[in-house]
Write a protein that binds this ligand. Structure first.
Ligand SMILES: Cc1cc2nc3c(=O)[nH]c(=O)nc-3n(C[C@H](O)[C@H](O)[C@H](O)COP(=O)(O)OP(=O)(O)OC[C@H]3O[C@@H](n4cnc5c(N)ncnc54)[C@H](O)[C@@H]3O)c2cc1C
Length: 820
């Protein structure tokens, strides 16, 4: 390896951090032919978190296709690395068993295994007896099932890193140890150079893989990386008679533990429900190979519970009780991708205790992204832009991190909301909505009603469940009120940007697939693509005047859209202002929405005077409001953008007038079920950066021949020329009313697996579970005829249920209702 003195003055890419992640990125860049790469490590390779990882290699357990693919690739890489580099990785496919000892986990793992099998992971469901045969020291009296993957197992994290480092060096990559990065210098919003304690390296790209130090390093360049280190534990017992190193690794989330052989004893790893953040103030610059003094008092009950799974361990001495720091993120998803603040500044950090088992895949993905200009996987869930600067506040990290680690081993129920670090953002209507019995959820930090218990009633959500929740009837009533009467939905959490200037229309039109710079007073639904022609954003643009536009996107897309806007503007005469907090958004939707609006304004709301897609400033009481006739639920409806300080006033007028028309409050659960009945898309949930507009069903909002073209147009033209796509997003409706879909259910045509449900809800009007699924055909295009000729089923917890699939929305396919 190169010594510190050999830091070059220039490199194409500087990778910061020599843990498993940075080393993997350097290795893959080298393999992709980018050898002008320097990996800079402050101390020694693996000296951060990597050296003390337990090395579990698990492909089971995720319903994210990206995470599963990362795991599969990683396992494959670690298995073959020795042949390439001559350095063993310690990969041992001893197998892995996830234990379900309660009914909810059984349901969860059955749902997960179906999806994992779809992805090519060979998961077998074992009886308690079979588990006992494979791991005779485990108590199995309460085990309902074990979920077994024979090819999973364990690896040695240090050996893996060293092997990848050797592979990188063989490709020509430089690895400089004992070199600290002190700053990343930017010019004109892009990476310029990296300042180290051994000199400056001018470069095109930086990848911040500094593990738990990544946040403070990012902050120096204005890059937001709100991760936080927390204590993370395992213990190793004295030697235990009868234990076999070839037994599979076992995970028992209900008892907070995982188990594997370690030098003749048992390693028991722990994921406690409430963890302890480590050094919220600042991670010490000089901490290497860190081992933290264990907190026996706090961990005692978890250790006891975990040991109870292998009773013999309770009678065996503990040789080591190890605690090391690992980075956790506010939503337990990694922070991976290009920073929205600085062009060519990539981040790969915040691995939430799965950095080893995803490290190979992440390295490949980031290298691909840098070399080819875009990722080849769905990265919406890990986008650094989903996170906001306030989440880097010490108070926020101190509070939220306590919950993050524990989520790893909790049952992953639908409808679960994070419980800590709440009340960060409130809609101006908050108190009014609380008085209506709102049950608030965390929506990108906003307190947002999921459903309503009713005026003056305290919402009691009841236990989390995979079945029908206790508030089903409230949800159904809200849904029905929107279809038959009128509802009010507070959508103030939506991301809103005002774009002004004489070039604003031109800039927005160039970003958009649809023609958004037409007549003023019009809202247009559009997508933004990247140059490869896949979807980057899904939004509406309202042209208020020739030089004044309102861009509205979903909450999670906030900073990503802002970045695309800023980069799209360049030197043009256009100015972007984030008006998310300045404008409340109140949606009034349903066949009686016009009656409600007409009762509060003098503006003529008739269909002729105020047609679908019209946008006008109207007077409501003492406020002036931007009223846009548009819908996300598939009914006649309006979205009102109200200056925050007048939101309560406007709300009161609407609610007073609405009483005569039966106006009801509706929450986000109803929004979800309504929009899925109409097959409306939600970026990051059912569409992502790997989808083309044609696959995602956006042919209607893509105007290929508009003057000036748009970003990604050439790719769309090429895709069109290649013929109808062989993969398409379809709506799915389960014919029986009982089964419930959430996400990742497998879709079959004539018994053949052709895709899975990306997002789902319950269609109270359609009478069954409803969702959107991406289906793929092996021998031709996905057409309405191919859909109609097949016999379709969806697999829900081991049972195949007949379903309908459709390219056209099952609710109001002709749009009569929204244009009424
Ligand atoms: C007890 C425990 C058990 C675990 N078990 C598992 C497991 O079984 N499976 C699994 O997948 N994961 C496991 N993990 C998690 C895994 O260890 C981490 O996710 C992974 O090691 C993170 O790797 P990294 O490269 O991001 O970070 P690190 O290994 O911390 O690497 C970051 C590197 O950046 C360097 N650096 C920082 N600042 C600078 C700077 N300014 N200039 C230059 N260099 C800098 C540091 O010195 C460090 O070497 C475990 C973690 C713990 C604590």
């Amino acid at each position: 390896m190169s010594s510190a003195a050999s830091v070059p003055p220039r490199a194409r890419v500087v990778v910061i951090g020599g843990g498993v992640i940075g080393t993997s990125i350097a290795y893959h860049l080298g393999h992709m032919g980018w050898t002008d790469v320097v990996l800079v490590e402050r101390d020694q390779l693996t000296s951060g978190t990597t050296w003390h990882a337990a090395g579990l290699m698990v492909t089971f357990g995720s319903t994210s296709s990206t995470s599963t693919e990362l795991r599969q690739y990683t396992a494959d890489l670690y298995a073959r690395l020795e042949a390439e580099t001559g350095l063993a990785t310690g990969f041992k496919p001893v197998g892995f068993i996830e234990l379900a000892a309660d009914r909810d986990r059984l349901e969860e793992y059955r749902r997960v295994s179906a999806f994992n099998r779809h992805c090519g992971v060979d998961v077998q469901e074992l009886s308690a007896h079979e588990v006992a045969d494979m791991f005779p020291l485990a108590r199995t009296d309460d085990v309902l099932a074990g979920f077994y993957v024979a090819a999973d197992g364990r690896v040695n994290p240090v050996d893996v890193t060293m092997s990848m480092a050797k592979g990188a060096r063989q490709q020509g990559v430089t690895i400089a140890q004992g070199v600290s990065v002190v700053d990343v210098v930017t010019h004109n919003g892009a990476v310029h150079s990296v300042v180290t304690d051994h000199g400056t390296i001018e470069c095109e790209y930086v990848v911040n893989c500094a593990g738990m130090w990544a946040r403070q390093l990012g902050a120096r360049s204005g890059v937001n990386i709100p991760l936080q280190a927390a204590e993370h534990y395992y213990l190793i017992t004295e030697q235990m008679e009868g234990i076999d190193p070839n037994w599979p690794v076992i995970e028992d989330p209900g008892n907070f533990g995982y188990y594997r052989e370690e030098v003749g004893g048992l390693m028991i790893g722990l994921f406690e429900t409430r963890c302890a953040p480590w050094h919220v103030d600042r991670i010490p610059d000089d901490s290497s190979f860190t081992s933290i003094q264990p907190d026996w008092d706090r961990m005692g009950p978890y250790v006891e519970a975990a040991m109870s799974r292998v009773p013999k361990s309770l009678d065996t001495g503990i040789r080591t009780f190890f605690c090391g720091p690992e980075s956790f993120t506010p939503d337990l998803r990694p922070i991976v991708g290009e920073a929205p603040e600085v062009k060519n500044y990539f981040i790969a950090a915040g691995l939430n205790s799965i950095g080893i088992l995803t490290g190979g895949g992440l390295g490949r993905m980031i290298a691909h992204w840098i070399v080819n200009g875009s990722p080849d996987m769905d990265v919406t869930g890990m986008d650094p832009a989903r996170l906001h600067p306030y989440q880097s506040n010490p108070d926020y990290r101190r509070t939220r991190t306590v919950e993050s680690l524990g989520m790893v081993y909790q049952c992953h129920y639908p409808n679960k909301s994070m419980a800590t670090a709440r009340d960060a953002k409130r809609s101006p209507l908050h108190d009014r909505l609380a008085a209506q019995g709102a049950y608030f959820k965390d929506v990108s930090g906003w307190e947002s009603p999921g459903w309503y218990a009713g005026a003056g009633v305290t919402p009691e959500p009841g236990p989390l469940t995979f079945g029908r929740p206790s508030w089903w009837a409230n949800w159904e009533a809200e849904h029905g009120a929107c279809r038959e009467g009128v509802v009010l939905i507070d959508m103030s959490f939506m991301s809103k940007f005002r774009v002004q200037g004489r070039d604003a229309g031109r800039v927005l039109d160039h970003l958009s697939t649809n023609a958004v710079d037409g007549p003023a007073g019009t809202i247009t639904y559009t997508q933004w693509l990247n140059s490869q022609g896949t979807v980057e954003a899904d939004l509406t643009i309202t042209k208020r005047a020739a030089d004044d536009f309102l861009v509205v996107a979903t909450d999670t897309a906030h900073r990503h859209v802002e970045m695309l806007l800023q980069r799209g503007v360049g030197d043009a005469h256009a100015f972007v202002t984030d008006v998310t907090g300045a404008l409340a958004q109140i949606n009034v939707q349903g066949p009686r929405a016009r009656d409600v609006l007409q009762a509060v304004t003098d503006t003529d709301m008739s269909n002729d005077a105020f047609p679908f897609r019209a946008a006008r400033e109207i007077a409501i009481g003492f406020a002036r409001v931007l009223c846009v006739r548009i819908t996300y639920v598939g009914e006649l409806g309006y979205e009102l953008f109200v200056p925050t300080e007048q939101a309560v006033h406007v709300y009161d007028r609407l609610v007073d007038a609405g009483a005569a028309f039966g106006l009801r409050h509706a929450g986000l659960s109803a929004l979800g079920s309504l929009r899925l009945e109409k097959a409306y898309r939600d970026y990051g949930h059912d569409i992502d950066n790997t989808d083309t507009p044609l696959e995602a069903g956006f042919g209607f909002s893509t105007v290929i021949d508009k003057p000036g073209g748009f970003v990604g147009r050439d790719a769309v033209v090429a895709a069109k020329a290649a013929g109808a796509p062989s993969r398409r997003l379809v709506q799915v409706l389960v014919l029986a009313p009982e089964p419930l879909m959430y996400h990742a259910e497998i879709i079959r045509r004539d018994g053949v697996d052709v895709g899975y449900v990306r997002a789902a809800s319950y269609g109270h009007t359609l009478g069954g579970a409803v969702g959107l699924a991406m289906v793929e055909r092996a021998d031709g295009p996905v057409t309405a005829q191919w859909l109609a000729e097949g016999e379709w089923t969806v697999e829900i917890v081991d049972r195949r249920h007949p379903c309908t699939v459709s390219l056209r929305p099952l609710h109001d396919p002709t749009n009569d209702r929204i244009k009424a």
